[in-house]
Design a protein around this ligand. Structure first.
Ligand code: PLP
Length: 496
């Protein structure tokens, strides 16, 4: 299996190279040249395995330059016993309307990013051993919250890697900040940056592509790599849990093999829902992929009209991980649906960066609509949904999951399609305690983040991840704050 670039089809690299480099030199994203197929018999066989067994089987179809032993070691390391607070790793919770919430937040940092970022460091070290000439890997991350912590936790004490995370000093929640500044591990560094997420992101990109920094790293036998969501090594672990969810429905007798399901995903950068699309194209019987957005509904509009237009107001919402107007992974879908047309894909991406808008035309729009539907949920709707699900079934959704559940309800009411649905749940409600508490107990006052967690736990009794409570007593290790201009020094100081 070789990988090509969405912007240049003559590129052909191994999965190890795709994962080591993260992005193609032409600016395109790596995609596998063909999509491996699984049959109904395969699904039945997989349904008899545990999560790790399923992950090994799926990964080996995509990472054909990895040995079985390598894949096995990577998966066993990532999803080892005790790392996730469920022996199913990503368990399903059935709601009374018959839909199934896929809990992707049982990992160490309580957000779905763990599903990929626990595995990526293992994939990257094996990849680097094949494609990086024995160089040590240095990961730089700019984060708006969840990715930074999940990446730190994933790369912590992984041999031959170092990681440095920059977060905007005023742009993350108190809980997210504490999660990062108390990070343990001998190969990690965390630094605040004065400014917003864009400043952090721009600064990281500049250092990443600066040849003089690369030369300094090379002198020490080190090289940069990336852990952000366009790396194929983050996408492939996400395909696994959609296959696994179908297998769990089979094993639980909720469906017969071949029965179609619908999948609902709260979407930001389009990585998670793209993984579901790959699962569908592999042969998992998925009818519709329902793309749920918050008030930043650029994707809802795109799926409806075929026009992607980022020239609009940006809103800060209670589901911040979906506050995004440029969904990078959409590029991969456009490439696939256009019949791997690299010229067209490049032109759309150029139009997006130069004019802020592109139109894929009627034929592409029809192809998109044959598989995807879009919908959105505003702030009031998000809170009302959290409250309703809690009061009617005692289940607590986080804000991102709430958007998905509401969009699913609207879609089902409109279409009457009541096939079994899997709804991706992307964070623990305790990561967004302020909004969740306001939704289920509007009259309760709480002074700070931990008081909110306590109040939410007291009110609902819904299990609270121990690692969030434990933050209260962890020593803060990282207090540095730099500016755009001093970021490079901070990197060289910490990473050389
Ligand atoms: C990252 C994130 C999302 C968005 O996922 P994409 O793959 O970027 O579409 C949704 N919810 C939460 C909690 C996240 O951290």
């Amino acid at each position: 299996m070789l990988y090509t670039s969405t912007r240049n089809k003559s590129v052909r690299v191994s999965s190890a190279e795709a994962i080591t480099h993260g992005i193609s030199a032409d600016g395109g994203l790596f995609v596998p040249e063909t999509i491996p197929q699984i049959t109904a018999e395969d699904l039945v066989r997989l349904s008899e395995m545990d999560y790790r067994g399923r992950a090994k089987a799926i990964l080996s179809l995509y990472l054909t330059d990895f040995s079985h032993q390598e894949i096995s070691d990577c998966v066993d390391g990532a999803y080892a016993d005790g790392k996730f607070s469920s022996d199913k790793t990503a368990p399903l919770h059935k709601l009374s309307d018959g839909s199934h919430v896929l809990e992707l937040w049982r990992g160490p940092t309580c957000a779905f990013k763990d599903m990929a970022l626990q595995l990526l460091p293992h994939l990257l070290t094996v990849s680097a051993s094949k494609a990086a000439d024995g160089k040590q890997i240095v990961i730089l991350v700019a984060t708006s919250g969840d990715t930074g912590k999940a990446a730190l936790e994933g790369f912590k004490d992984v041999p031959n890697t170092q990681i440095m995370v920059f977060y905007p000093s005023d742009g993350v929640s108190p809980m997210q900040k504490l999660q990062m500044t108390t990070q343990e591990g001998g190969n990690v560094a965390v630094c605040a940056i004065e400014g917003n997420f864009d400043d952090a992101q721009t600064g990281v990109k500049k250092i990443f592509t600066d040849p003089s920094v690369a030369a300094k790293l090379a002198e020490k036998n080190k090289m940069f790599s990336s852990a952000n969501s366009i790396n194929w090594g983050r996408l492939v672990p996400q395909i696994v849990y959609y296959v696994s969810a179908y297998c769990d429905l089979l094993a639980d007798g909720e469906i017969q093999c071949g029965d179609p399901i619908n999948v609902v995903v709260p979407t930001g950068n389009f990585g998670n829902i793209l993984a579901a699309y790959y699962a569908r194209e592999m042969g998992v019987p998925i009818r519709k992929l329902i793309c749920a957005s918050n008030r930043n509904k650029v994707l809802t509009d795109f799926i409806e009209t075929g026009v992607y237009d980022r020239r609009r107001d940006f809103y800060c919402t209670s589901s911040p991980s979906m506050d995004i107007l440029i969904s990078s992974n959409l590029e991969r879908l456009l490439f696939l649906l256009s019949g791997m047309d690299d010229a067209k894909t490049s032109a759309w991406m150029r139009a997006l960066s130069e004019q802020g808008v592109y139109d894929v035309g009627e034929a592409m729009r029809e192809k998109i609509q044959a598989v995807f539907c879009g919908g959105f949920c505003d702030e009031d709707g998000t809170k009302a949904l959290i409250r309703d699900v809690y009061e009617t079934e005692g289940y607590l959704c986080d804000t991102h999951t709430a958007v998905a559940v509401q969009v699913y309800r609207d879609w089902r009411a409109k279409t009457g399609d009541d096939s079994p649905a899997v709804i991706a749940s992307t964070a623990s409600p305790y990561k967004f305690s302020k909004t969740v508490l306001a939704a289920v107990a509007p009259d309760v006052q709480a002074a700070d983040e931990f008081a909110m967690v306590d109040a939410l736990l007291a009110k609902t009794g819904f299990p609270c991840p121990q690692q969030l409570i434990a933050l209260k007593s962890k020593p803060v290790r990282f207090t540095d704050c730099c500016t755009r201009d001093t970021m490079e020094d901070a990197v060289l100081r910490a990473m050389l």
